[in-house]
Ligand binder design. Structure first.
Ligand SMILES: [Zn+2]
Ligand SMILES: [Zn+2]
Length: 341
C-alpha cells in the first residue's frame, strides 16, 4: 500500500509498504480517507522539527472508516463507522499521566512526529485511540484534532461568558480557541497579520479583529477593553513578539494560555507576572473531552469547512504542495491528502 514519507529535509517520497494484517487483540484497522498536513509536518519537511523521527511517515489529523475490529474491542466500534483518532500516546506512569492529564504525557509520542503517522492507506491503532465521529464526513474529521488543541487551551484558561479573550494567531488551532471561547459566551478579539484569516475569524465567532502588522494593537486593545486589556490571552503562534504581546497586554489578574511552540528563547517582562498576579498556563495537545466537544460543534454548527480546507490533494501531489506551502506559509489553513482511491 501507498504511504507518504518525509525522507530527508525537503525530500518527500511515496513509498510502498506492507498493508497491516487483520487487527490483533484490542486493535482497530482503519482505512484512511483524508489525512491533514499540519504546521508540524511542514516543519519536519523543512528540517526544523527537532522532535521528529527521520525518516518519518507524517500525519496525525485523521478522517477514516473502520475496516475491521480485533478481539476485545468494545461493541460501539463497528466496521463501516466514520472515525477520527487521538494521535497521542500516554505512558500511564509519569506525573502528567498520574494526574490524569494524559495530553501532556512526559513521554508522549504523537503519530507522524515521534513515531510513524497516518499518511497511508491503512493503519491499525489501539481501540482507545479511535474516536467515533458521529455524523461527520471523513473529510471534516481531519479538522477535529487541530481544532481540539485550540479547544483545550480555552479549558486551560477557564474562559467564561464575562471574559474578553484575545486569541493571537488565527491558524487552525487559533480558530479552535476562537470558536470555543465564543461558544462559552466570551467576547473574542482575534489577532493575526493576515486580513483573510481575520475575516474568517469573525465568521467563526470573533467580535473584533486586529491586524497586528498594520494596526497599533495596544491602542486597539485599550479601546476595546476600557483601558483594562483582555482578561484572557491565548497565544497560538509561538514567536517572540507574540509571547511578549500576551504578557504585556493581558489585564491585571488575567490568564495567559500558551499553545505556540517557540523555537527560541523569549525575553519577558517578568515584573508583570508579579504586578498583574498572572496565571500563565501551558496548553499541550488535547484531552478526549476536547475531541468530543469539537465533534459536537462541527455536527451542530455551520462551520465554514470549505474555507478551512485550503486544498485537497492526491498523495502524488504531496511533494510539490509542501514546497508551495513552505513558500506561502501564511496562506494555508489545512491541506488534506485524499487516500480514498
Ligand atoms: Zn497537528
Ligand atoms: Zn505519561
Amino acid at each position: 500500500m501507498k504511504a507518504i514519507q518525509i525522507t530527508h529535509t525537503q525530500e518527500l517520497n511515496i513509498i510502498d509498504i506492507e498493508k497491516p494484517q487483520t487487527p490483533g487483540q484490542g486493535e482497530v484497522l482503519l482505512k484512511l480517507s483524508y489525512v491533514g498536513f499540519c504546521g508540524s509536518d511542514i516543519n519536519t519537511f523543512m528540517g526544523r522539527n527537532t522532535m521528529a523521527l527521520n525518516p518519518v511517515i507524517p500525519g496525525h489529523e485523521v478522517g477514516a472508516v473502520i475496516e475491521a475490529v480485533g478481539a476485545g474491542v468494545p461493541e460501539n466500534l463497528k466496521k463501516g463507522m466514520v472515525v477520527t483518532c487521538n494521535p497521542y500516546t500516554n505512558c500511564g506512569n509519569c506525573p502528567s499521566c498520574r494526574n490524569r492529564r494524559v495530553n501532556a504525557c512526559q513521554h508522549n509520542e504523537t503519530l507522524g512526529v515521534q513515531r510513524n503517522g497516518a499518511m497511508m492507506e491503512y493503519i491499525t491503532l489501539p481501540w482507545e485511540k479511535v474516536i467515533p465521529a458521529g455524523s461527520l464526513a471523513p473529510k471534516v474529521c481531519a479538522l477535529v484534532e487541530p481544532m481540539s488543541v485550540g479547544f483545550h487551551a480555552v479549558s486551560r484558561a477557564e474562559v467564561t461568558d464575562i471574559d474578553v479573550v484575545m486569541v493571537i494567531g488565527c491558524g487552525m488551532v487559533g480558530m479552535g480557541a476562537i470558536v470555543r471561547s465564543a461558544l462559552r459566551g466570551a467576547t473574542v478579539i482575534a489577532a493575526d497579520i493576515d486580513d483573510e484569516k481575520l475575516a474568517l475569524a469573525k465568521k467563526m465567532g470573533a467580535a473584533y479583529a486586529i491586524n497586528t502588522k498594520t494596526e497599533d494593537a495596544h491602542q486597539r486593545l485599550q479601546e476595546l477593553t476600557n483601558g483594562c486589556g483582555p482578561d484572557v490571552v491565548i497565544e497560538a503562534v509561538g514567536s517572540v513578539p507574540t509571547y511578549q504581546m500576551a504578557i504585556n497586554e493581558v489585564a491585571f489578574t488575567g490568564r495567559v494560555a500558551c499553545i505556540g511552540y517557540a523555537k527560541s528563547e523569549v525575553s519577558l517582562q517578568t515584573k508583570y507576572f508579579v504586578q498583574k498576579e498572572l496565571d500563565i498556563r501551558g496548553s499541550r495537545n488535547a484531552l478526549p473531552s476536547d475531541f468530543r466537544a469539537v465533534i459536537h460543534y462541527l455536527e451542530t454548527n455551520d462551520c465554514p469547512i470549505d474555507t478551512l480546507i485550503t486544498k485537497v490533494i492526491k498523495p502524488e501531489e504531496a511533494f510539490n504542495t509542501m514546497r508551495w506551502w513552505s513558500e506561502n506559509p501564511g496562506k494555508v489553513f489545512r491541506i488534506l491528502v485524499n487516500f480514498e482511491d
